[in-house]
Structure formats: C-alpha cells, structure tokens
Design a binder for this molecule. Sequence first.
Ligand code: F6R
Length: 364
Amino acid sequence: DKDGHRHFMAKEIHEQPEVIAHTISRYIDGTSKTINLPNGAFDFAKLDRLTISACGTAYYAGLVAKYWFERWARLPIEIDVASELRYRDVPWTKDGGALFITQSGETADTLSALREARKNGQQIASVVNVPESSIARESDIVFPMAAGPEIGVASTKAFTCQLAALACIAIAAGRQRGTLSAEEESELVSGLLEIPRLVAEALKQSDKIETIARDIAKATGIFYIGRGVSYPMALEGALKLKEISYLHAEGYASGELKHGPIALIDENLPIAVIAPVDAHFEKTVSNMQEVMARDGKALLISCKDGIARAGEKTWANIETPKSHPLLSPIVYAVPIQLLAYFTATTKGTDVDQPRNLAKSVTVE
Ligand code: F6R
C-alpha cells in the first residue's frame, strides 16, 4: 500500500519524521536527556578500536558515524566496505569491537565480514532493521532501528534511521569513555529530538526540488561535493541518483575536486554542494566558487543563512533546515533523496525496481 504516493520510495521518504522519532525513542531518556543503550552492549571504555563495515548506503551511514565516534568518543575507527574488509589481512586488535550496519540483515558480504571479525576475537554488534535476520542472529548485540519494512529498492528511511541509531550509540560511547561531558550529551540529545521536526520541514521543499530535477535530468551527469560529515552524504547523493535515475553521478570530498575531477566541469555537469553552516562552510563554499569560476552550474544545498551568505550567484539553491551541525546528515538526506527521486520520475525510470538491482544482495 503506497498510502496515496506514486511509489513506495516516495511513501518511505515521507515516513521519515515518524520512523526517526521511533528509532531515537528506543535510545533516548527524554526526562534526563541521556542515551541508554540496550543491555549487553559493548563496554566502549574497554574497546581499543571499533571496526565498522557494511555495503552501499549502509556503508555511507557508517562513514558518517566514523566522524561521530572520533569526535565524541575519541575511539579509533577502522572502516571499509564489507566486500573488501573480509578479504583484507586486517591486523585485528585484542580488545576490538566490530559494528555492522544493514537494513536487510541478509547481505552476503556483510555477513561474511561479520564472521571474519568473529573468528578474530572481536565483539560483534550490528545495527539491523530486520530483527529476525541472519546478521541479527549472529551478533552479540543488536542495536535497534525502527524504520519498518522498506519496499523501495533504494534505501531512504532505513538510511536516516541507521544514522539516528548510530548517533545515539556514538554519544553513549562518548559518555562511557569520559570524552563527552554531560552538557554536551544533553545538547546532542536535544539536537536529536529536534530532528523529526526538521526532516518534516525539509520535505516541504519537494516542489522546488522537482523543478530543479527537471534540469538535472537533462545533464550529462552530476557531481556532489561535501566536507566532514557532508562528504559521505555526497557519496550517498551520487549513489541514489545513479541507482534510480541512471544518470552518471559522482560524490567527492570538496577538497579533492581540484586534484583531478574539476577538469570535467562545464555547463552540462552541474555540481551539488552540500554545505550546512558548520566548521567547514567557508572552505566548501570556496570550492564551489572554484567551480563557478569555470562556468560550472552550482546547486547549493544549505540553510537559510548559508544561502544568504553564498547563494547569490549560484545556478540554484535548496534550503534545508538548520540542525545541530554534526547531526546535519540526517536532515540533508531529504533533499538528496528527493533530487534523485524527481530526476528519476522526470526520466520515467522504474523508481521502486531499478534495473539490475535487488533489495537484498545475498550473493557475494
Ligand atoms: C542503495 C541500497 C544499497 C544497500 C546495500 C546494503 O540505495 O539500498 O546500497 O544499502 O545493498 O543493503 P543492506 O543494508 O540490506 O545490507
């Protein structure tokens, strides 16, 4: 049942305020403004390293989480896609933990990476949407997310719920390791509690994004750039576009553009700039200006303030609500998803069942 939407993907994009709220309610104690992890979770204070692994969109959720664990918990992170991690000769540490992220819980590469980590004495945790799945069963601890069934092949609500759960876990890790003060924890918890409302707000840009997508659909390709936590979001934005609209898209760290890909820039290759007003804003904007100076079409995705500061001579802007700066990926996921969705509907592709793709990849 698509609930009045044309596609499951649209329905699932619009469900996000509700399912993110459900997910964080599994972790947040609203009165004390603290995070509680399920019983039996890692003792983060004793871990000497956390290895994170997953595939596709779930991997990008892990990449965002790397910034969070490093910042809040000062925890060394190893991260790789599961199809590489399992074949590498990882020098596992004695007191290591391994965290796997998966919507389906059945992704073959992720499951094999989990078994490899287990064989090497790591404690195993997972963030899984399907509680009765293989990966959930083989984990010592399952961190819940509450996205509900995801039907569209492209991951949308599972991604933002993964992010919400991972933010909670990283905050709790920071408290356990004594690297995050009580004030910081309560500030982050307040920031998280605002996210469902901000995501709902971001969804209101839908019509504007549909108009922009009509032009993107005519482009030869698109670049996404971002810095810090927005870098994995650039990768995710490009993946989402590729898989449902078949438009060639690439995600880059903002600072990497000048090391090669800028050579491709012309008026037929728009560049979407994920630029929340955070510690990296000025730098990312100057990367955007390098593109504009070469006749590139810049699409600035930022908050009202960011657009006022840098959106005057851009090709187009998408306004996105301002959140706690480190939590911005959960909100910025929305314009990224909508841009892919409307590019695909403009081109008339099969949004829910893109060619060559399966919802759960059980082959290696
Ligand atoms: C992209 C997408 C895939 C999955 C990946 C992992 O939109 O859906 O990249 O994220 O196949 O799947 P799970 O999370 O089920 O392990």
